[in-house]
Design a protein. Structure first.
Length: 173
Protein backbone atom coordinates (compact mmCIF):
# COMPACT_ATOMS: atom_id res chain seq x y z
CA UNK A 1 0.00 0.00 0.00
CA UNK A 2 2.87 2.35 0.78
CA UNK A 3 4.16 1.86 -2.75
CA UNK A 4 0.80 2.80 -4.29
CA UNK A 5 0.41 5.84 -2.03
CA UNK A 6 3.97 6.90 -2.78
CA UNK A 7 3.42 6.62 -6.54
CA UNK A 8 0.12 8.52 -6.23
CA UNK A 9 1.78 11.27 -4.18
CA UNK A 10 4.64 11.52 -6.69
CA UNK A 11 2.16 11.60 -9.58
CA UNK A 12 0.11 14.34 -7.90
CA UNK A 13 3.27 16.26 -7.12
CA UNK A 14 4.46 15.97 -10.73
CA UNK A 15 1.10 17.26 -12.01
CA UNK A 16 1.26 20.16 -9.55
CA UNK A 17 4.81 21.02 -10.61
CA UNK A 18 3.91 20.75 -14.30
CA UNK A 19 0.85 22.99 -13.86
CA UNK A 20 2.84 25.46 -11.78
CA UNK A 21 5.53 25.59 -14.49
CA UNK A 22 2.87 26.04 -17.20
CA UNK A 23 1.17 28.87 -15.29
CA UNK A 24 4.51 30.48 -14.57
CA UNK A 25 5.41 30.23 -18.26
CA UNK A 26 2.11 31.82 -19.30
CA UNK A 27 2.56 34.64 -16.78
CA UNK A 28 6.12 35.21 -17.95
CA UNK A 29 4.94 35.39 -21.57
CA UNK A 30 2.20 37.85 -20.66
CA UNK A 31 4.64 39.98 -18.69
CA UNK A 32 7.21 39.99 -21.49
CA UNK A 33 4.62 40.77 -24.16
CA UNK A 34 3.28 43.69 -22.12
CA UNK A 35 6.83 44.97 -21.61
CA UNK A 36 7.45 44.65 -25.38
CA UNK A 37 4.26 46.58 -26.12
CA UNK A 38 5.29 49.27 -23.64
CA UNK A 39 8.76 49.46 -25.19
CA UNK A 40 7.23 49.74 -28.66
CA UNK A 41 5.06 52.64 -27.46
CA UNK A 42 7.93 53.85 -25.26
CA UNK A 43 9.57 57.17 -24.89
CA UNK A 44 10.13 59.47 -27.81
CA UNK A 45 13.76 60.60 -27.94
CA UNK A 46 14.21 64.23 -26.93
CA UNK A 47 15.61 65.12 -30.36
CA UNK A 48 12.50 63.64 -32.04
CA UNK A 49 10.20 65.67 -29.78
CA UNK A 50 12.05 68.82 -30.77
CA UNK A 51 12.05 67.93 -34.46
CA UNK A 52 8.30 67.14 -34.43
CA UNK A 53 7.33 70.36 -32.67
CA UNK A 54 6.23 73.42 -34.63
CA UNK A 55 6.81 75.51 -31.54
CA UNK A 56 8.75 75.10 -28.30
CA UNK A 57 8.06 77.68 -25.62
CA UNK A 58 8.87 78.44 -22.02
CA UNK A 59 5.90 80.00 -20.27
CA UNK A 60 3.40 80.17 -17.42
CA UNK A 61 -0.08 78.62 -17.46
CA UNK A 62 -2.45 81.51 -16.84
CA UNK A 63 -5.84 79.80 -16.94
CA UNK A 64 -7.76 76.68 -17.89
CA UNK A 65 -11.19 76.61 -19.47
CA UNK A 66 -13.45 73.86 -20.84
CA UNK A 67 -13.74 73.80 -24.61
CA UNK A 68 -16.94 75.46 -25.77
CA UNK A 69 -19.22 73.98 -28.40
CA UNK A 70 -21.30 76.73 -29.98
CA UNK A 71 -22.39 78.84 -27.04
CA UNK A 72 -22.53 76.13 -24.37
CA UNK A 73 -19.66 74.56 -22.50
CA UNK A 74 -19.13 70.82 -22.79
CA UNK A 75 -20.21 69.27 -19.48
CA UNK A 76 -20.39 65.78 -18.00
CA UNK A 77 -23.57 63.90 -18.82
CA UNK A 78 -25.73 62.00 -16.33
CA UNK A 79 -24.54 58.67 -17.72
CA UNK A 80 -20.87 59.77 -17.69
CA UNK A 81 -20.42 61.68 -14.42
CA UNK A 82 -16.63 61.21 -14.45
CA UNK A 83 -16.26 62.62 -17.95
CA UNK A 84 -13.81 65.51 -18.06
CA UNK A 85 -14.39 67.82 -21.02
CA UNK A 86 -11.57 68.78 -23.33
CA UNK A 87 -9.89 71.88 -22.01
CA UNK A 88 -7.81 74.80 -23.19
CA UNK A 89 -4.79 76.03 -21.24
CA UNK A 90 -3.86 79.66 -21.77
CA UNK A 91 -0.08 80.03 -21.66
CA UNK A 92 1.75 83.34 -21.21
CA UNK A 93 4.92 83.08 -23.31
CA UNK A 94 8.19 83.95 -21.59
CA UNK A 95 10.48 82.75 -24.36
CA UNK A 96 10.10 81.11 -27.79
CA UNK A 97 12.78 78.43 -28.19
CA UNK A 98 11.73 77.12 -31.60
CA UNK A 99 9.29 78.40 -34.21
CA UNK A 100 7.42 81.65 -34.48
CA UNK A 101 4.30 82.97 -32.81
CA UNK A 102 2.88 86.33 -31.89
CA UNK A 103 4.02 87.68 -28.50
CA UNK A 104 1.62 87.32 -25.59
CA UNK A 105 -0.45 84.25 -24.90
CA UNK A 106 -1.18 81.04 -26.78
CA UNK A 107 -3.70 78.26 -26.26
CA UNK A 108 -3.07 74.53 -25.75
CA UNK A 109 -5.91 72.04 -26.16
CA UNK A 110 -5.76 68.96 -23.93
CA UNK A 111 -8.01 66.21 -22.55
CA UNK A 112 -7.70 65.95 -18.75
CA UNK A 113 -7.43 62.45 -17.36
CA UNK A 114 -6.24 60.88 -20.63
CA UNK A 115 -2.74 60.41 -21.99
CA UNK A 116 -2.36 64.10 -22.74
CA UNK A 117 -0.66 66.17 -20.07
CA UNK A 118 -2.75 68.09 -17.59
CA UNK A 119 -2.10 71.79 -17.20
CA UNK A 120 -2.72 73.78 -14.02
CA UNK A 121 -2.86 77.56 -13.54
CA UNK A 122 0.40 78.88 -12.12
CA UNK A 123 2.58 76.13 -13.58
CA UNK A 124 5.79 77.19 -15.24
CA UNK A 125 6.50 74.89 -18.19
CA UNK A 126 8.53 74.23 -21.30
CA UNK A 127 6.22 72.69 -23.90
CA UNK A 128 6.72 71.09 -27.29
CA UNK A 129 3.72 72.04 -29.42
CA UNK A 130 2.14 71.27 -32.77
CA UNK A 131 -0.40 73.62 -34.36
CA UNK A 132 -3.92 72.23 -33.97
CA UNK A 133 -6.14 71.70 -37.01
CA UNK A 134 -8.22 74.75 -35.99
CA UNK A 135 -5.16 76.93 -36.67
CA UNK A 136 -5.75 78.87 -33.45
CA UNK A 137 -4.51 76.53 -30.75
CA UNK A 138 -1.83 73.91 -30.19
CA UNK A 139 -1.57 70.35 -28.90
CA UNK A 140 1.34 68.90 -26.95
CA UNK A 141 3.75 66.76 -28.99
CA UNK A 142 4.36 63.30 -27.54
CA UNK A 143 1.48 63.58 -25.10
CA UNK A 144 2.88 63.80 -21.53
CA UNK A 145 6.45 63.62 -22.85
CA UNK A 146 6.08 67.06 -24.44
CA UNK A 147 5.44 68.97 -21.21
CA UNK A 148 8.28 69.79 -18.83
CA UNK A 149 7.34 71.23 -15.45
CA UNK A 150 9.63 73.80 -13.83
CA UNK A 151 9.84 74.25 -10.06
CA UNK A 152 12.51 76.13 -8.14
CA UNK A 153 14.76 76.62 -11.20
CA UNK A 154 14.76 72.89 -11.98
CA UNK A 155 13.04 70.95 -14.76
CA UNK A 156 11.22 68.42 -12.60
CA UNK A 157 10.83 65.67 -15.25
CA UNK A 158 14.58 65.38 -15.85
CA UNK A 159 16.09 67.00 -12.72
CA UNK A 160 18.17 69.47 -14.74
CA UNK A 161 18.61 73.21 -14.07
CA UNK A 162 16.29 75.28 -16.26
CA UNK A 163 19.04 77.19 -18.07
CA UNK A 164 20.89 73.98 -18.96
CA UNK A 165 17.65 72.54 -20.33
CA UNK A 166 16.88 75.65 -22.39
CA UNK A 167 20.44 75.65 -23.77
CA UNK A 168 20.03 72.01 -24.77
CA UNK A 169 16.89 72.86 -26.74
CA UNK A 170 18.58 75.83 -28.44
CA UNK A 171 21.45 73.53 -29.41
CA UNK A 172 19.04 71.28 -31.34
CA UNK A 173 17.85 74.05 -33.67
Amino acid sequence: MTGTMGRLARSTCKRFVCRWMAYTGVLACLFLSSMTAYAAMGRIPFEELAKSADLIVHGMVVSIDAVTVGTTKTTPSADQPEYLPPSIAELRIHKVLKGQTTPGNLYIQFAPGEDSPNYMPGEQVVVFLKRNSDGKSYVTVGMQQGKYLIEERMVVNVQVPVQEFLDRIKGLN
